[in-house]
Design a binder for this molecule. Structure first.
Ligand code: GMT
Length: 378
């Protein structure tokens, strides 16, 4: 098949999944065309059958807000026509599903069809999509997609709750990991040494948006650090970073908390971690939690959104109520101070994530979705 993939190319789970899906599909013989405004962050420079088409938004003094959605639609239309694509797979509804709908309407004028598949990732449904500025167009665009998927059962239900969408058939296709990449045994666990030696290493990876509650991360760590020698590594960047850094200073933890910024590759870091913290207030899936589990890192998180579909509470980590940093720190200590418990959780997390969320299995589900959507055409 010839497939166009549109995603946000910047750091984030939806871009990571879209890119890794495209790479895996190309390895299976499909031709993949990424259509977005920048080279996706997890896309290496060259791979056979993988192409990148940059969307350039024309500037004009009249445009206070340059219309990216329209430039994207034009580029989609052009790439489908030139490369004879079978389908467009949009990751994150806003504005990608809308642009794909416009591109498909333009193609239909030329008696040419293309299937549009939209994968809902999270805040496109739970937050941004419900904002009055975007609600109606989000509902319209997802209803106009030929196929819809959500990355968790939670998000599937949220889509019906938030938008009605009686005519939509939302299929759940979970996110995935490449078990060969997220494999603790493959990387030397050198990070603890590099940070000046410590007993326990806690880690958080995100885009540092308010929804991630990264001040809670620092507060959980502060309680753990009081009890055992430990360090916290924060990977990523975003609007809440200054507040989290303030929290670190407030507790005098400057020598124990390390902000590494945005990093493309996290598997080698996770291989050094003992515990992953994700006290988020809403999470459709929690791809970083899955990457941690696959790397043998138990997860302490919030019982929110789709996270309970990823973390087996009490078996591969612990989930507590949102904001309950006291329970989260107690749960963290209960794992970190009991080596056999840590070992059991680490092994089960690695095995369970491989059993339920392996790349091969999930990519096969997407392939099946593509094939059936094209078959319906005949
Ligand atoms: O929705 C967002 O704010 C960003 C989005 C992203 O692009 O990373 O994250 C969502 O998609 C990820 C990949 O499917 C999920 O793992 C995240 O849980 C989800 N974020 C939220 O629901 C907050």
């Amino acid at each position: 098949m010839k497939i166009g993939i549109t995603c946000y190319p910047t750091y984030g789970g939806s871009g990571a999944i879209a890119t890794e899906l495209g790479i895996a599909l190309a390895a299976r013989g499909h031709e993949i065309h990424f259509i977005t405004y920048r080279q996706p962050f997890r896309l290496p420079s060259f791979l056979p059958r993988v192409f990148f088409h940059e969307v350039d938004v024309g500037r004009y003094p009249l445009f206070e807000y340059p219309p990216y959605d329209l430039a994207l639609a034009v580029r989609m239309h052009e790439v489908v026509s030139t490369h004879d694509l079978d389908l467009l797979h949009c990751h994150y509804a806003i504005p990608h599903a809308t642009s794909a709908w416009i591109a498909r309407e333009m193609l239909r004028q030329q008696h040419r069809d293309v299937k549009v598949i939209t994968t809902l990732h999270g805040t496109d449904i739970t937050l941004v999509g419900q904002d009055p500025s975007f609600n109606a167009i989000t509902k319209f665009s997802i209803e106009k997609s030929d196929r819809l998927t959500a990355v968790s059962e939670f998000l599937r239900k949220e889509t019906y709750n938030a938008f009605g969408c009686e005519k939509c058939d939302v299929a759940v296709i979970h996110n995935f990991i490449d078990p060969d990449v997220y494999d603790r045994s493959k990387y030397p666990a050198t990070l603890k040494e590099q940070l000046g030696k410590t007993e326990s290493l806690l880690m958080h990876i995100s885009n540092f948006r308010p929804v991630k509650r990264i001040r809670d991360v620092v507060q959980i760590f502060e309680r753990v650090h009081k009890e055992i020698p430990s360090k916290l590594v924060m990977v990523g960047d975003g609007p809440e970073r200054p507040a989290a850094e303030d929290e670190v200073r407030r507790h005098g933890l400057e020598d124990s908390v390390f902000f590494l910024g945005k990093l493309d590759v996290v598997a080698p870091l996770l291989a050094s971690a003992d515990l992953f913290l994700l006290p988020t207030s809403s999470e459709s899936f929690g791809l970083t939690a899955l990457e941690a589990l696959a790397s043998g890192v138990p997860v302490i998180g919030a019982r929110a959104g789709g996270l309970p579909e990823v973390v087996r509470d009490g078996e591969t980590g612990f989930l507590c109520e949102v904001g309950d940093v006291e329970s989260m720190s107690q749960a963290a200590l209960s794992i970190l101070t009991d080596q056999s418990k840590w070992q059991a959780m680490s092994e089960l997390g690695a095995a369970d994530s491989r059993a339920r969320f392996s790349l091969d299995e999930v990519v096969g589900q997407y392939e099946h979705l593509y094939t059936t959507s094209l078959d319906n055409n005949q």
